[in-house]
Design a protein around this ligand. Structure first.
Ligand code: GDP
Ligand code: MG
Length: 717
């Protein structure tokens, strides 16, 4: 394979909704570039891109695939990104290395939630986009509506390069208003015939051509002047203008394709070769300390790693982009995260699972290597005389959690090791051992996402695991004051034990000062608060401990023991054994024994009195409540709303946003289990959501009753 210069490289990532045809498009591009000599199909499970068995089983891209093709003496590196929101962890690194995004639109669906997600991410990375309208052979295409919709989503910056003469079964001709030709395909697609635009289309084609010329000129003053002077622009001048518009995201060229029948693919690739920016035409990346790393093959070498995959028999494969310089086999580079050296002993270019060995790669190119010691996704390797450090990639917070357990305890260690590996492959899998819940938790982006993890255990590693419902970390607190006392006394045998504690507890409210008197029924108690300790609790909330002892009835040296006893109970609330929080304790009376009193006795007395008071202080379970945002296609709003209400969610607001609505609500964590799946089935996978911890809130009485019953059953068992 030949070595490509920076200016002959085009880095693309194919993005868009699930099922829009991204993987099929990639397959056609590889076929047209001669990298494969037969087009595989999703239905026959033989595409280059979706080559893992999990992808075959799910009929969907799970990982990003790194591919390349060669066309018109250019090398096109293509990353086929998964479309489902669950696999966003693979899209973000792809956008970090691509210069252009190809946004594939299913013409029968228009803008889907998946389109919207991809669009947002492309915006975050400032990625120029080309729109490829696919599925044009389907009968349900409404071209004009689609274009209006896209234009409104892209601030009227869509630049129509092509439009179809007919959609549906007869789709086989497009009018190209940049070339001012009509392309026409036979039933097998491939190489089109370029013919004159038919008479009856000329008016529309000319009008669109002029619009395109104007859009191209808008992005460059010199071009604008030229345009006013000549009233038109040459094809080269238009290319220049279009490229500038793409780079500033003020212009999104739009093409017509039918990926399934290989129509429109060659023209799209030709455009990419001629117009899409090469890696050195993007703004150079800046290191944390402001150093610009210029994409130049003669500069110092540096590599950015954007993907790690683990393949059976091969082990870890690390994919990188050459940020700068030229990488040669045998180069020894510095890992700027670990500060250790790595040797690049082999370089590959990859097309899915097919890898071709090469001896060097130039700035901007994308390749893979193996046998690295500790280089992972998001690391940079560079020439030993430099130390480029870049800001880390930012991944979305997890939205779905499940507990995971090895069926055989003896597999525990192996499970931990596998999880560690998998989370390197996809950084949106996060593993946590929750001490409080005594469960191993896996956080991810959705149930689908977590299921692929299970799939790995079942099929690749063959270790039995089960996924379980995660326990919920409740909190307990009290809602009214209560008093209690306890005398701990033991006088059998050797040394005796004696301690007596009288205390009052009341709910703590932020900023509240201790009180001097309490009334319980007829009885009024005056307190003399001598000192107050505020304890911030590790698990959130506070315990305020007030010493109100008068006349030395309890020695000051026993107070820490009383506090310790109370803390023990705070760690294991009397209702469900969850942590307690937000309580003020007043120790106001007690008794000592001249010989038998010791710390242990006061600890026990304090603990028991506290526990007793807690039960009488109208205790409540607090449950974690999350802020949730749900993005719903307008036509499913009602269903999603009533489902949310059934989950005890409190709706805070709604916002209309083009084709979909955004619902903002607060929802108890308990009710979000499997929410991603429910939402997906309510909307045919067209919705998405994100959620974030908000606060602990008192549980409704009826729900609390149920939880307590469940808990008691558990206790009995
Ligand atoms: N009719 C038709 N089907 C298509 C076209 N492109 C892709 N498909 C089919 O749509 C399904 C989803 O395609 P795929 O490439 O997996 O979509 P992805 O999820 O975006 O990667 C597959 O069954 C393809 O065969 C097209 O242009 N026309
Ligand atoms: Mg796919």
């Amino acid at each position: 394979m030949k070595t490509y210069k920076t200016c002959d490289i085009r880095n693309l990532t194919v993005i868009g909704g699930s099922g829009s045809g991204k993987t099929t498009l990639c397959e056609s591009m590889l076929f047209e570039g001669g990298v494969i000599n037969r087009r595989g199909s999703i239905n026959q499970e033989n595409t280059v891109s979706d080559h893992t068995t999990v992808e075959h089983e799910y009929r969907n891209s799970v990982f990003s695939s790194v591919l390349y093709t060669e066309y018109n003496d250019r090398k096109l590196n293509i990353i086929d990104a998964p479309g489902m929101d669950d696999f966003v962890g693979n899209v973000i690194p792809a956008l970090r290395v691509a210069a252009t995004g190809i946004m594939v639109i299913n013409a029968t669906e228009g803008i889907e939630v998946g389109t919207e997600i991809a669009n947002r991410q492309a915006k975050n990375f400032n990625t120029p986009l080309i729109f490829a309208i696919n599925h044009l052979d389907k009968p349900e295409v409404h071209w004009d509506t689609l274009i209006t919709e896209l234009n409104s989503a892209q601030q009227n910056h869509i630049a129509l390069i092509q439009y179809p003469l007919e959609t549906g079964e007869n789709f086989h001709q497009v009018i190209d208003v940049l070339k001012m030709k009509m392309y026409q395909w036979g039933p097998d697609g491939g190489i089109p015939e370029a013919i004159d635009i038919p008479e009856e289309e000329l008016e529309r084609a000319n009008e669109l051509h002029n619009e395109l010329v104007e859009k191209a000129a808008e992005n460059d003053e010199a071009l604008m002047e030229l345009f006013f002077e000549k009233g038109s622009l040459s094809e080269d001048e238009m290319r220049e203008g279009i490229k500038k518009g793409m780079l500033s995201r003020e212009l999104y060229p739009l093409f017509c394709i039918c990926a399934e029948k290989d129509m429109g693919i060659r023209r799209l690739m030709e455009f990419i070769c001629n117009v899409a920016p090469s890696p050195n035409e993007l703004k150079p990346k800046e290191t944390i300390d402001g150093q610009k790393v210029i994409v130049d093959e003669n500069a110092k070498t540096s590599l950015f790693f954007f993907k790690t995959s683990v393949e059976p028999h091969v082990g870890e494969i690390n994919y990188f982009k050459v940020n700068s310089g030229t990488l040669r086999e045998g180069d020894e580079l510095l890992n700027t995260t670990t500060e250790n050296k790595e040797k690049i002993s082999q370089i590959f270019v990859s097309a899915g699972k097919n890898r071709t060995r090469v001896t060097e790669l130039h700035a901007g190119d994308i390749g893979a290597t193996v046998k690295l010691k500790e280089t992972k996704t998001d690391h940079t390797l560079c020439d030993k005389s430099e130390n480029y450090k870049f800001r880390n990639l930012r991944f979305p917070k997890p939205r779905y959690t499940t507990a995971l357990r090895a069926v055989n305890e003896s597999d525990d260690e192996r499970v931990a090791e596998i999880l560690q590996r998998l989370s390197q492959e996809d950084p949106t899998w996060q593993i946590e051992y929750a001490k409080e819940l005594k469960q191993l938790l896996v956080h991810g982006q959705g149930e689908y996402h977590i299921n692929t993890l299970k799939w790995y255990f079942d099929h690749i590693y063959k270790v039995d695991i089960t996924l379980e419902r995660p326990r919920i970390s409740y909190r307990e607190t009290i809602t009214k004051p209560a008093m209690a006392s306890h005398r701990h006394k033991k006088q059998s045998g050797g040394a005796g034990q004696f301690g007596e504690v009288h205390l009052i507890i009341e709910p703590y409210i932020e900023g509240q000062a201790p009180r001097n008197s309490f009334k319980f029924g007829e009885k009024e108690l005056k307190l003399n608060v001598r000192n107050t300790e505020e304890h911030e609790l590790k698990w959130g909330g506070k315990l305020v401990f007030c010493n109100c002892i008068v006349g030395g009835v309890i020695d000051a040296r026993f107070l820490p023991a009383i506090l310790k006893g109370i803390m023990e109970k705070m760690e294991e609330g009397p209702l469900t054994g969850s942590y307690a929080r937000d309580i003020i304790v007043y120790i106001y009376d007690g008794k000592m024994h001249p010989v038998d009193s010791n710390e242990i006795s006061f600890k026990i007395a304090g603990r028991t009195a506290f526990s007793q008071a807690f039960r009488e202080a109208a205790p409540k379970i607090l449950e974690p409540v999350y802020d949730i945002q749900v993005f719903v296609p307008g036509d499913r709003m009602g269903d999603v709303m009533s489902d949310l209400q059934g989950r005890r969610a409190m709706i805070l607001g709604m916002e209309s946003n083009g084709n979909y609505e955004v619902i903002k609500a607060q929802i108890p964590l308990k009710e979000t289990y499997k929410y991603s799946t429910a939402l997906s089935s309510l909307t045919n996978g067209r919705a998405m959501f994100n959620m974030e911890f908000s606060m602990y809130e008192k549980m409704q009485a009826d729900v609390q009753k149920k939880i307590l019953e469940e808990y008691q059953e558990l206790e009995m068992a």
